[in-house]
Write a protein that binds this ligand. Sequence first.
Ligand code: SF4
Ligand code: SF4
Ligand code: SF4
Length: 203
Amino acid sequence: MSEPASLAARIDALLPQTQCRRCGFEGCRPYAEAVAAGTAPINRCPPGGDATIAALSRMLGHPRLPLDPACGPEAPLAAARIDEPACIGCTLCIAACPVDAIIGAAKLMHTVLRDSCTGCELCLPVCPVDCIVMRPSDRAWTADDAMRARERYDKRNIRIASHSRRSRSAVPAGPTRDQRRAAVAAAFARARARRRGGNGSGG
Ligand code: SF4
Ligand code: SF4
Ligand code: SF4
């Protein structure tokens, strides 16, 4: 028989997975862990709104609370759009997007994959030329959207963790410019000394 899902995993399964951080945590899973540990209340997820609070209340047997206004209001789904001619290709939005919904490369214009955008708005504040805007989506966020967003978020976190492990285990940082200059100067000095020694012994 398979292991029962942990409480945090079962709570996470009820969350919308927009990874917007409006709950005050780094994503849905960290919020789920805090709720499971009893250190966060069940009413801090604006994208999930009343429906998510009700589902958490039923699962956990906690009283149903109104959405905490400090987390922002419940709002319809929106998607980011980049004003592509204005984009300077700085890649900062790619780094900020928690679900890899933006494609582009350095110095090239960037584009939002509309179907992957969760509407989290985390790309907005990092854009140095303010060329990202939110547009209302013509659809509702579904359980399938949440499942795909969780997969993209998890894959991204695995990639970031593996990149940071590789960076830590990489060859230690090379010499600084001053150290390289000193090494070159020392090599020249040794070569001059050898030449002087060679001249002396030969003449
Ligand atoms: S959808 Fe946003 S507010 Fe809701 S749990 Fe996930 S990160 Fe937190
Ligand atoms: S494109 Fe922007 S709004 Fe959409 S998921 Fe990525 S960071 Fe969030
Ligand atoms: S942050 Fe703004 S300017 Fe930079 S790549 Fe993204 S959309 Fe373009």
